[in-house]
Design a protein around this ligand. Structure first.
Ligand SMILES: Cc1cc2nc3c(=O)[nH]c(=O)nc-3n(C[C@H](O)[C@H](O)[C@H](O)COP(=O)(O)OP(=O)(O)OC[C@H]3O[C@@H](n4cnc5c(N)ncnc54)[C@H](O)[C@@H]3O)c2cc1C
Length: 386
């Protein structure tokens, strides 16, 4: 193995892989290497809380690109190798085993790590969900469980709750906020989502703080909450995630809830960031933005590849994500916030599919599709024309 890559990518998942493949598609013939701490080939995360946890997909179906395809493209992957330091002066990354890898350009695509709750650390039966290994453990735990408590009513917590119900478990979701996912969907759609969960038998404890586990023989048996105890033989903590930047402390790279980049996704000379870990200057919004969604990982990677190849392209996406819960696909374009006014443009939120536009100060800031992919796509232009 030569110790230098023309492009070295740390983080062998959605954003890292998309950067590597995009470079090749654009005709880049230099050496491209992907370093990833996980032992698996690059795989997709959205199915983990849905099809894989439910058991309708085998974990192998999440593989984004088999190793042979990557080899054919001349993309070298180093799985099971953790990067521990960057020296931007020497243009070198150090791995945990002491190997030093030089680079011409470096792409940082290390994603997120789940936020933890210290009171629950090390307790058997308590899980987080980010990786393929996590979902294997959680699936086994749910197969043996009857009562599941989910701490956190964000996108991930709500998806896990829905999957838990589909598996036949008694599910309680605990969150201090009054409305689930209101920060991502707006309050109006959040309330509709809360109703959907209740219709499917999820016990939704909003306005409620999870405080500590109750254990017997080291295993969780309940969660102490501000509303009293919630019995549980499996607990999932889904209280958000933090950018995986610990290893970059001391590198001199600007870090502030992510790797801070300019509008070209550049953090320093010859250093770029892409995906969940990247916070970049969005010229359209006039502020830095960090997005945690699958389509951003892919799109930002394309912008990074273009800029490595000299395009000088500002990255100005319309944010987009989707979530699947209890058979409903909710799609969100833009940035709806809790206080926005919701204007329904198609359908009826009380009875079925609908499309709505979130407005702030009379301007459209978000589009929401509730089992309404065509309606949402039709309304999306309101955000770019605004
Ligand atoms: C369970 C789940 C469900 C989701 N569902 C949806 C959905 O329905 N819709 C949607 O839009 N988005 C969804 N997402 C979000 C989406 O999966 C992410 O936005 C996307 O995976 C981000 O890709 P990424 O490459 O930036 O980061 P990641 O996928 O997190 O990949 C980062 C990789 O870097 C590796 N790494 C970290 N540090 C180091 C290091 N120091 N050295 C080497 N490697 C390192 C990590 O191990 C990881 O493999 C979901 C995420 C999860 C976890």
């Amino acid at each position: 193995m030569s110790a230098r890559s023309d492009v070295l990518i740390v983080g062998a998942s959605a954003a890292g892989l998309a950067t590597a493949e995009s470079l090749r598609r654009r005709g880049f013939t230099g050496t491209v290497r992907l370093v990833g701490e996980e032992p698996h080939p690059p795989y997709d995360r959205p199915p983990l809380s849905k099809q894989v946890l439910l058991g309708t997909w085998d974990a192998g179906r999440t593989v984004l690109r088999p190793p042979a395809d990557l080899a054919c493209q001349g993309i070298e992957v180093l799985p099971g190798r953790r990067a521990v330091a960057v020296d931007t002066g020497r243009r070198e990354v150090t791995l945990a085993d002491g190997t030093r890898l030089g680079y011409g350009d470096l792409v940082l695509a290390t994603g997120l790590t789940p936020r933890r709750l210290p009171a629950f650390e090390g307790v058997a039966g308590v899980h987080t969900l980010r990786t393929l290994d996590d979902v294997r453990r959680l699936r086994a735990a749910l197969a043996a469980a009857r009562r599941l408590a989910v701490i956190g009513a964000g996108v991930l917590g709500c998806e896990i709750a829905a999957t838990g119900r589909a598996l036949g478990l008694e599910v309680t979701v605990i969150d201090p906020a009054p409305v689930p996912m209101a920060d991502r969907l707006g309050a109006g759609t959040g309330l509709r989502l809360a109703a959907l969960h209740r219709e499917h038998g999820v016990r939704l404890l909003t306005g409620t703080k999870a405080e500590a586990p109750v254990t017997a023989g080291g295993r969780v048996t309940a969660v102490v909450t501000s509303q009293g105890p919630v019995p549980a033989d499996a607990v999932v903590i889904a209280v958000g995630s933090l950018p995986a930047t610990d290893w970059l402390r001391g590198s001199g790279l600007p870090l502030d809830d992510g790797i801070v980049c300019d509008a070209r996704c550049r953090a320093a000379d010859h250093v770029y960031a892409a995906g969940d870990v990247a916070r970049w200057w969005h010229p359209g919004q006039g502020r830095t933005v960090r997005l945690e969604n699958r389509s951003n990982a892919a799109e930002q990677a394309l912008a990074v590849a273009d800029n490595i190849l000299g395009a000088d392209r500002a990255y100005t996406p319309v944010p987009y994500f989707w979530t699947d819960q209890h058979g409903v696909r909710v799609q969100i374009f833009g940035d709806p916030a809790a206080g926005d006014h919701l204007r329904v443009t198609e359908g009826d939120p009380d009875s079925g599919p609908f499309t709505a536009v979130a407005e702030a100060g009379g301007r459209p800031v978000g589009v929401i599709g509730w089992n309404s992919p065509r309606g949402a796509r039709r309304a999306r232009h309101l955000l770019t024309d605004a």
